[in-house]
Design a protein around this ligand. Sequence first.
Ligand SMILES: Cc1cc2nc3c(=O)[nH]c(=O)nc-3n(C[C@H](O)[C@H](O)[C@H](O)COP(=O)(O)OP(=O)(O)OC[C@H]3O[C@@H](n4cnc5c(N)ncnc54)[C@H](O)[C@@H]3O)c2cc1C
Length: 388
Amino acid sequence: MAVSKESFRKTVLVLGGGVGGVACANRLRRRLDRRHRVILVNKDPDFSFAASYLWVMSGKRQPTQITRPLKALERRGIEVVIGNIETLDPSNRTVVVDGRQTSADHLVVSLGAEYAADTIPGLQEAGETFAILDGAQRLNSKIKAVTKGRILVVTAAPLYRCPAAPYEAALLIDAMLRNNHVRENVDIVLHSAEPAPMGVAGANVSAAVTSMLSDRKIDYRPSQQITSAQSGRVNFAAGESEAFDLLVYMPPIRPPSVISASSLASPSGWINADRNTLATQFPGVYAIGDNTHLPLSIGKPLPRAGVFAHAQALVVADNIAATIRHQTATASFDGHGGCFIETGFGKAGYGSGDFYGEPSPTVSIHQPSRRRHLGKVMFEYNVIRRWL
Ligand SMILES: Cc1cc2nc3c(=O)[nH]c(=O)nc-3n(C[C@H](O)[C@H](O)[C@H](O)COP(=O)(O)OP(=O)(O)OC[C@H]3O[C@@H](n4cnc5c(N)ncnc54)[C@H](O)[C@@H]3O)c2cc1C
């Protein structure tokens, strides 16, 4: 019996054009010959690199330097669909994008996390966040205009993207004010909903970050859950409230609504996946990056960080490509990775190690240095220049 060439043609659908999706689609394209289709779907036409938003806030980057059109991937042979994924059916590996249904042989879900700032009354109106590109840009102007007063930085819930980001934000705001010679007139207070900085990385990392803050005279107040905000004042769960001249926040997150509404969602709304292969319970369906919930030995999930989304993307792409080529899929994500902590003045610290360590993650902290800062620049280069 003759077998049609078409039966050898496979389609891989990558959902999400963020760090995980872009890295995965590129790697698949490199691993698979052109008869196989790689399709990437994203609602926004542009990719922007969130890990550089704090550099936009501090004036080290312009938005155009960290933004690229996703359609640029088409020159590499990746089909790019710009549209909203309305429904997702993992049993049939089918999605509906702006009313049009598409099916695939393999599905990679990398839809990130949604911001849930609306769950804290008044927060969006009273404050500004560096977690979106526009917000980071507005903060740059607002911080440059500060000459005196009180800046509050808050993490609005214990769960948010990138555990280092709010701590970096406080340190970079401090550096901006020092460069502007107004720091002595401004109090910087950092309230975190969590009990210690980057707690998932262990007590040594928390202690090191706490001392970075105190060295810069940033008043750090842990375990303070903000409950509401209004113009010039925030309120905390313990009943206290505090005045501010500028409120800067890291928003809470929730799973993307298209995932919550699908059978892919676990009871928490996030996607459960094998922590080494990122395979879900549905054959041919993988989940990577911020939309997954990967529990660690200490009960907390793997932090939502681009370095992990990126590493997981390569593992999944290699295994899908091996499967299509009838080879054994051997790639495995081992939980190793690290988070940079930008401290300003061209330096960064780095917390890195084995987040899958037993009985607890084994993560060590490297003190701020020029070398670590350049490490983050390399990460930016690898994603923006290499993949786009
Ligand atoms: C301020 C800040 C600083 C950070 N710094 C660092 C850092 O230094 N190092 C680090 O490792 N990580 C950092 N991160 C975290 C990092 O950005 C994320 O972990 C990473 O982007 C996750 O990649 P992802 O592919 O899972 O999701 P994302 O990059 O968020 O991509 C998800 C994509 O899916 C799209 N999407 C969602 N729903 C739909 C839908 N229904 N239809 C179509 N498209 C949809 C979104 O538009 C988005 O493009 C930082 C994050 C922030 C906010």
